[in-house]
Write a protein that binds this ligand. Structure first.
Ligand code: AMP
Ligand code: GLY
Length: 416
């Protein structure tokens, strides 16, 4: 099977790593890729938002499957011309990707499907925003309606800051604050059958102790030893399946990866957000534990044959990933610095490896930083403590001027 992956972050590196280990994959391509992916796949320059260009590339390569990684091309509708050309594609249509592209749309789908989520108002004027903030009280949650790479959400006790964020966005969703730990649960779906993966936890804030601004995610781990047994089944029954059924009923079936960001609140499980693609960095740890070869699973979703698939097999091991970000991330990341220690960061026995996000090769062939989140070190171990130790051993080898990482990824969970 010839597989083409669209994207160039650590999530796509993780996808390419798993696909490259799948004996069914005879050729692996990635566009645009990055310096790390280039070691596993043939990389192609492409404007990933240009559906015509992506389809032309897939046709030229005679790809048997195209996997669209990031939200931007999905929301831009890159999957649509691929499907129209008869190419199996893993990733939702533009219409279904609105589940991530518009928080207001997602709220509407959840209301239609009876999915538990935070009560919310959609606001377009300062007056509406002020009224909504006062209706819920502090802490305030203000979300840009559109895509913002995980940085469009402000959670604050400061009413002035909440109003300022609302004023800076065209349209915002203001919602009630959800307490309790967060869980990311992914499901692979063909629009009818829903196959949940293993839950993971992401660390969204930039700094240790969940301080600092929201980011795309600074680290993750799986499994969650503290999660209630039965969580996956509950979320399948109350969130994932009803959402997939609702989108099919609306005539916009969702095929691809449905990501439920959940809060386990004192009043029950609530959806914080949906995404229409694999999460980053959670994918790094979820795929590290998946034993079933990946390509066949993604192809079954693309071909509407998930119901025929054998149950997924999972490793008993734990996985931890730690993101190394540039100085200044998320506000103003500095780029263009040489990254050293990449080989040393990987364990000789294969228990820790580097996944590239914002990297590229410079003219001298050196790997340099090219984005906010630069790379992540992922490790597996017999438990979270061991996986964590290995991941941080790898991080300690990375030399990148000004780089930052959290030191408390999976710390509490490993101590339990
Ligand atoms: P989102 O982009 O919607 O996932 O929001 C980013 C982060 O903001 C989430 O992972 C939460 O940590 C936080 N957040 C979003 N919505 C809420 C909410 N209603 N209550 C509390 N925290 C929230
Ligand atoms: N890790 C959060 C996200 O992928 O949106």
């Amino acid at each position: 099977m010839k597989v083409l992956v669209i994207g160039g972050g650590a999530r796509e590196h993780a996808l390419c790593r798993s696909l490259s280990q799948d004996p069914a994959v005879s050729e692996l391509h990635c566009a645009p890729g990055n310096a790390g992916i280039a070691r596993l796949a043939t990389v192609h320059p492409v404007d990933q938002l240009d559906g015509t260009a992506v389809t032309a590339l897939a046709e030229r390569l005679a790809a048997d499957l195209v996997v669209v990684g990031p939200e931007a091309p999905l929301v831009a509708g890159v999957a649509d011309p691929l499907r129209a050309a008869g190419i199996p594609v893993f990733g939702p249509s533009a219409a279904a990707a609105q589940l991530e592209g518009s928080k207001a749309f997602a709220k509407d789908v959840m209301a239609g499907a009876g999915v538990p989520t935070a009560r919310s108002y959609v606001c377009t004027t300062p007056e509406e925003a002020a009224e909504a903030l006062d209706a819920f009280g502090a802490p305030y949650v203000v979300k840009d309606d559109g895509l913002a790479a995980g940085k469009g959400v402000v959670v604050t006790a400061d009413r002035t800051a909440a109003l300022a964020h609302a004023a800076a966005c065209d349209r915002v969703v203001i919602e009630e604050y959800l307490d309790g730990p967060e869980v990311s649960l992914f499901a692979i779906t063909d629009g009818t059958t829903v196959l949940p993966l293993q839950p993971a936890q992401d660390f969204k804030r930039a700094l240790d102790g969940d301080a600092g601004p929201n980011t795309g995610g600074m680290g993750a781990y799986s499994p969650l030893p503290w999660a209630p047994p039965g969580l996956v089944q509950e979320v399948l029954d109350t969130v994932l399946q009803p959402t997939v059924d609702e989108l099919r009923r609306r005539g916009t079936p969702f095929s691809g990866l449905l990501y439920a960001g959940l809060a386990l609140t004192s009043r029950g499980t609530r959806v914080i957000e949906f995404n229409a693609r694999f999460g980053d960095p959670e994918t790094q740890v979820v795929l590290a534990r998946l034993r079933t070869p990946l390509a066949g699973v993604l192809l079954a979703a693309a071909n509407d044959t998930l119901a025929d698939l054998e149950p997924l097999r999972w490793s008993e091991e734990a996985a931890v990933t730690v993101v190394v970000a540039s100085e200044g991330y998320p506000a103003a990341p500095r780029t263009g610095d040489v990254i050293d220690g990449l080989a040393e960061a990987e364990a000789a026995d294969g228990t820790a490896w580097v996944l590239h996000a914002g990297t590229k090769a410079d003219e001298q062939g050196r790997v340099v930083s090219a984005g906010g989140r630069v790379l992540s070190v992922t490790a597996i171990g017999k438990d979270l403590a061991q996986a964590r130790e290995r991941a941080y051993q790898g991080v300690a080898e990375i030399r990148l001027a000004g780089s930052q990482h959290r030191t408390d990824i999976a710390l509490k969970a490993a101590a339990q």
